[in-house]
Design a binder for this molecule. Sequence first.
Ligand code: ATP
Length: 253
Amino acid sequence: MLKIENMGISINEKQIIHNITCTVNKGKFIGIIGPNGSGKSTMLKVIYRHLKQTEGIVTLHEKEIWETPPKELAQQIAVVSQETPLLFDFTVKDLVLMGRTPYKKWLSTDNTEDYQIVEECMALADVSYLADRTLYELSGGEKKRVMLARALAQKAEILVLDEPTNHLDIEHQLQMMDLVKDLPITILAALHDLNLAAAYCDELLVMKNGTIYASGPPQQVLTAENLQYVFRVNAEISTNPFTNKLHLFFYTK
Ligand SMILES: Nc1ncnc2c1ncn2[C@@H]1O[C@H](COP(=O)(O)OP(=O)(O)OP(=O)(O)O)[C@@H](O)[C@H]1O
């Protein structure tokens, strides 16, 4: 269980996020939504230890994440961030294999199991056909899927995704969401597409001005009133006739 208590972070004396308290239960798909600049990425960066909180604590299995050795944490939390690493000369296969690093001892070589996991994760992320290409030769969406394959190869119990569907065409957006939804692990994803968030997430954290404004199942938090207050748009709440999931229509006037 991931627990965040009174967490906040200030950068150069500017408070970016504050008073974040939430518990993420095992196996749940948690969506983080909120307008631009509301603090979604910053909150995720603290969770995957890219930034250190200046207030409060973040624990995984009751242990403060900053007390966990990096290798051990990498076995527990995998990330697909918004940035692509500058590893342009590596082939896709090699990049995905890097996901196995947290399981390696000093100077140990990759084994059959590692290669099997790499093949399996490339297939899941639909990038097997790119295996021998370098990152430099890929489109934005292809890179995103390669980064997902690498994160999957990490076999972590929590997968953090910062705008995972950004750059993806509609087929790959749905494929990505279907894939992560079916994983037997905890997912924490910052999402801009509120209809995807409504359709796939078990719970949503709605952020505004650096803190959590509302949280709960999509039906509970995606109300016209909340959407007007948080996103400053009008919304008609409906149901997708094909999936039976919540569907939102937006308008401004
Ligand atoms: N390193 C930094 N130094 C100063 N301010 C920062 C830094 N990183 C983020 N911020 C500011 O913190 C706020 C929250 O940023 P963050 O990237 O977390 O928002 P977000 O909700 O993910 O936004 P978006 O939807 O646009 O990706 C923004 O106002 C941003 O300008």
